[in-house]
Ligand binder design. Structure first.
Ligand code: G4P
Length: 314
């Protein structure tokens, strides 16, 4: 399953971020606490220029609290990184972000000084909601569909911080197929672009391993099966998802599973761990290296063909 992405948009965002980055003191990166790896945008680390980063694990009310704690510790191992988690009810705690920014750029704190922070995040991660909470008023549009375009804007916060919303649009990870499934399962990708049965099957496989008790209790299945498709069938029967010929309507059950995962009614679930990230990054690096080697070999072949053609013309 491929994530739709547009290199043109990506390049535009990259150039705009590159231009504005030298002025920034701190980066605020908004991640989805259920998928802190897959909701990263690779541009943040590539264009960061060693600047300190506050990583926000947003939607933590939907994520497994034990895993959120693990992720925060893992992310803070990187130098210059501080992590903080927020759920739906963030208004009372949002001051922590300002405090972290000031801690990370103390030379920009004081009378007549202004700390510049750029907030970055892939669509639907909750960036607009966070900006509005930080500003204490509605300055960014929120919505239930990933946004399409956004103009760059500056928001003056009360205590000497100027917040810059990311120009352009940041895409999620496109190289890792697992990330594609997790982004789809959690709702970061438009529903029109996903195959429910495929995503539900990936989700069921993971949940059977990582959260069997939550599945047992939500779908009232005492003995869980080993295979994801067996689980979808069993749960479908329990839920009365039956079509003609007494067959289980697997599509309907797949939709139910994904929607109940997104609403956290199965329980608070995190779809990836730091160990999974480490393992998958190795594979992604291999795939990238293979693609680069293939591209280089093609270029070389082209060069040689051109040289041969030149020689033949002489
Ligand atoms: P974006 O700018 O990054 O694209 O995201 P935005 O703020 O528009 O938020 C996307 C969705 O995520 C919104 O829901 C928003 O309410 C929800 N959201 C933001 N922060 C949190 C959080 O900490 N916890 C939970 N559970 N949800 C959060 P929506 O259904 O698209 O819209 P609405 O129902 O809020 O209107």
């Amino acid at each position: 399953m491929a994530i739709q992405w547009f290199p043109g948009h990506m390049n535009k965002a990259r150039n705009e971020i590159k231009e504005i980055m030298p002025q920034m003191d701190v980066i605020i990166e908004v991640l989805d606490a259920r998928i802190p790896y897959s909701s990263e945008n690779p541009m943040v680390s590539a264009l960061r220029e060693g600047k300190p980063v506050v990583k926000i694990l947003n939607k933590a009310d939907l994520a497994d609290p034990v895993m959120t704690e693990q992720w925060m510790q893992y992310l803070e191992q990187e130098s210059g990184v501080k992590a903080v988690a927020f759920g739906h009810d963030k208004a009372a705690e949002v001051y922590k972000i300002n405090e972290l920014c000031k801690k990370l750029a103390p030379h920009k704190v004081g009378i007549d000084k202004q700390l510049k922070a750029m907030i970055m995040g892939i669509p639907n991660v909750g960036k607009s909601t966070l900006i509005n909470t930080l500003a204490g008023r509605i300055v960014a549009k929120t919505g239930n569909e990933p946004a399409v375009t956004k103009a760059q804007q500056r928001i003056k916060l009360d205590d000497g911080i100027m917040l810059y919303d990311t120009p352009g649009m940041l895409w999620p990870k496109v190289e890792n197929e697992n990330s594609g499934y997790r982004l789809a399962a959690t709702g970061a990708i438009r529903d029109t672009a996903i195959d429910y049965e495929e995503v539900a099957s990936y989700t069921a496989e993971y949940l059977l391993l990582a959260y069997p008790r939550l599945l047992q209790s939500r779908y009232k299945i005492d003995e869980l099966p080993e295979q994801d498709w067996e689980f979808i069938e069993m749960a479908g029967k329990k839920r009365g998802c039956i079509r003609g010929g007494n067959q289980v309507d697997t599509h309907k059950m797949s939709e139910i599973l994904i929607n109940e995962l997104r609403d956290a009614v199965i329980g608070r679930i995190t779809m990836e761990t730091p160990e999974m990230r480490e393992r998958e990054e190795v594979v992604v690096a291999q795939v990238r290296a293979q693609a680069e080697a293939k591209k280089a070999a093609k270029e070389e072949e082209k060069k040689q063909r051109r040289a041969r053609a030149r020689k033949n013309r002489r």
